[in-house]
Design a protein around this ligand. Structure first.
Ligand code: ACO
Length: 312
């Protein structure tokens, strides 16, 4: 029994915050942000759109694409560090709105690597034939924990949601290998303060990410006995174009084989990979039989990568 992706979905709020807008808020420049991060603009959710609202929209979109009804969902996993509240979970909130009352539901906290952790968890339940259809959402409203006076971090983040429905697929399709990891010694580099604001030591996280993204991406390919040349498409966590480029260079693949959405959405944490995946599926960039590698890292520190062959 192979576990694969049956459908993808995403949602981003309408409001655009440009680098020029940020120039009016903190001591920064469009030029600095573009050259150091690759970000040109990001989406910011208004007060009335909360994390669960974005998660719901992305989930609905993925279920439509997968042609899976609410009563066919067995488990809902939501990767987020910015839920509407401490509890109940975003997963139970969207379960109620979707009417997916036959499903179990829980949130999962692994920061920007959360979606990878969600996919790997889903794979175990599907391959053991415990559950059939699993909805996985990566969603963040980072704007609510962003310190809008800290130029080191406020230029980086954005809001949004991405989702997939995973289920059984044919023998030569679906998730082929994965790697998950964590190193709690990295906690001081990236965490939420007592004032509920995001703190980050950018330089330390950068060094870690450049090394880890490349290594993990390569590991999942080698685990299935394939080589860099076999990779058709790479979707790295959209954190910083320079970090993404490091992963791409490690795999030695051309620029057009790497998903790049960072310029328009910034870093949306757990949502960045599933948003990119959904856009790339909808645009036809990812084709049946393609070997796709997803790789992410985040606060914890945490990381994860998944290699899958696209198609049912
Ligand atoms: N505008 C202008 N100048 C700035 C800005 C800004 N927005 N931000 C920082 N600077 C300054 C710094 O103050 C520093 O000045 P100094 O030398 O006088 O002290 C200078 O620019 C250079 O700073 P560096 O830290 O060396 O810049 P760097 O090239 O490393 O880029 C960045 C900083 C973009 C934050 C980078 O380190 C990075 O991307 N780190 C990883 C961040 C990340 O991806 N985190 C993901 C996890 S997020 C999560 O899990 C929710």
């Amino acid at each position: 029994m192979n576990a694969g992706i049956l459908g993808t979905g995403h949602f981003v709020p309408e409001r655009i915050l440009t680098n020029k807008d940020l120039e009016k808020m903190v001591d920064t420049s469009d030029e600095w942000i573009r050259t150091r991060t690759g970000i040109e603009e990001r989406r910011i959710a208004p007060d009335e759109i909360n994390t669960s609202d974005m998660a719901y929209e992305a989930a609905k979109n993925a279920m439509e694409e997968a042609k899976v009804n609410a009563d066919e969902i067995d488990l809902i996993l939501v990767a987020t560090v910015t839920g509407d509240m401490g509890f109940p979970s975003v997963a139970t909130q969207i379960q109620e709105r979707l009417g997916a009352f036959k499903s179990a539901a829980m949130d999962l906290s692994a920061a920007c690597a959360g979606f990878m952790y969600g996919m790997v968890t889903a794979k175990q339940f599907i391959e053991s034939e415990t559950y059939k259809n699993i909805l996985i959402v990566g969603v963040e409203k980072l704007s609510k924990i962003t310190n809008w006076e800290d130029r080191n971090t406020c230029v980086l983040f954005g809001d949004g949601a991405g989702a997939v429905v995973m289920g059984p697929v044919s023998d030569n399709r679906g998730v082929l290998s994965f790697e998950l990891g964590a190193d709690g010694r990295g906690i001081p580099h990236l965490y939420q303060t007592e004032e509920d604001l995001l703190y980050m030591n950018g330089r330390e996280v950068f060094k870690f990410a450049v090394r880890q993204m490349g290594e993990s991406a390569l590991n999942v390919v080698e685990k299935i006995g394939l080589t860099k040349n076999d990779v058709d498409y790479l979707i790295p966590h959209q954190a910083n174009i320079r970090i993404m480029e490091a992963a791409r260079e490690k795999l030695e693949i051309p620029k057009e084989k790497m998903s790049k959405k960072i310029h328009k959405y910034g870093n949306t944490s757990a949502a960045s990979i599933p948003i990119a995946l959904s856009e790339d599926v909808k645009s036809g960039t990812i084709k049946d039989g393609n070997l796709v590698v997803l790789v992410g890292f985040g606060g914890g520190l945490t990381w994860g990568a998944v290699a899958f062959r696209w198609g049912k």
